[in-house]
Design a protein around this ligand. Structure first.
Ligand code: H2B
Length: 95
């Protein structure tokens, strides 16, 4: 069981994650990424999927052609936890 971050911890984490915002409605970190085309978007999603399996932490996302919308939230915690911050950092390292 992983605790949700406090609002202060969450803001501090977002300071180090340019491009990510907090989606209050979904209690999630959010970012959209636009790639060159569908192949590039799906390749990135594949890398993220493999990392998600390794971390046992899975994104909520949607993909339309070259655009990916990603929400990171921890269902067990009912909000954003350190696991979401780690996954956001992992995704950033792929860009
Ligand atoms: C049993 C297993 O550890 C859990 O169901 C994991 C799997 N992936 C998960 N992913 C996300 N985003 N939140 C979770 O709480 C979560 N829990």
């Amino acid at each position: 069981m992983m605790d949700a971050l406090s609002p202060e911890q969450q803001m501090a984490a977002l300071d180090d994650l340019p491009g990510w915002t907090y989606d209050a409605a979904r209690k999630a970190l959010f970012r959209n990424i636009t790639l060159a085309d569908f192949s590039a978007a799906f390749a990135l999603m594949t890398r993220i999927a493999l990392a998600a399996e390794q971390q046992d932490h899975h994104p909520e996302w949607s993909n339309v052609y070259n655009r990916i919308d990603i929400w990171l939230t921890t269902h067990d915690a009912g909000g954003v936890s350190a696991r979401d911050v780690k996954m956001a950092q992992t995704i950033e390292a792929f860009l």
